[in-house]
Ligand binder design. Structure first.
Ligand SMILES: [Zn+2]
Ligand SMILES: [Zn+2]
Length: 91
C-alpha cells in the first residue's frame, strides 16, 4: 500500500476572512499594503492614513485587502519589508 501524500495547500498564502477569536479581538485589521506609515512630531512611527480590511493572509498573518493588496503584497518586495513595523503598530 502506498502512503498517500497529503496535498493540502498548507504552505500557500491565501486570503482569509478575519474572525475574532474572542469578544475583545478586532474583526478588522489595518491593511499593510495600502495604509501609509510615517513619523509623528516625536519621530514615532504612526499611521498617516489607515485603511481597514476584514481580510488577512493566512500565512503572513497581516491585514490585506482582497484586491489588489493581497496580490501586490506578495509580489512586491518593498511592501513585504514593511511588515515588521506594521505589525508593531497594528495592536
Ligand atoms: Zn502571505
Ligand atoms: Zn489594502
Amino acid at each position: 500500500m502506498q502512503a498517500e501524500r497529503l496535498s493540502m495547500k498548507e504552505n500557500d498564502h491565501f486570503s482569509t476572512r478575519i474572525e475574532p477569536t474572542d469578544s475583545t479581538s478586532k474583526r478588522q485589521r489595518i491593511c499593510v499594503a495600502c495604509s501609509i506609515r510615517g513619523k509623528d512630531a516625536n519621530g514615532k512611527s504612526v499611521y498617516l492614513h489607515k485603511r481597514e480590511t476584514r481580510f488577512k493572509c493566512n500565512r503572513c498573518n497581516v491585514g490585506l485587502c482582497q484586491e489588489p493588496c493581497f496580490f501586490l503584497y506578495h509580489t512586491r518586495v518593498e511592501l513585504k519589508s514593511a511588515v515588521v513595523e506594521a505589525q508593531q503598530l497594528d495592536v
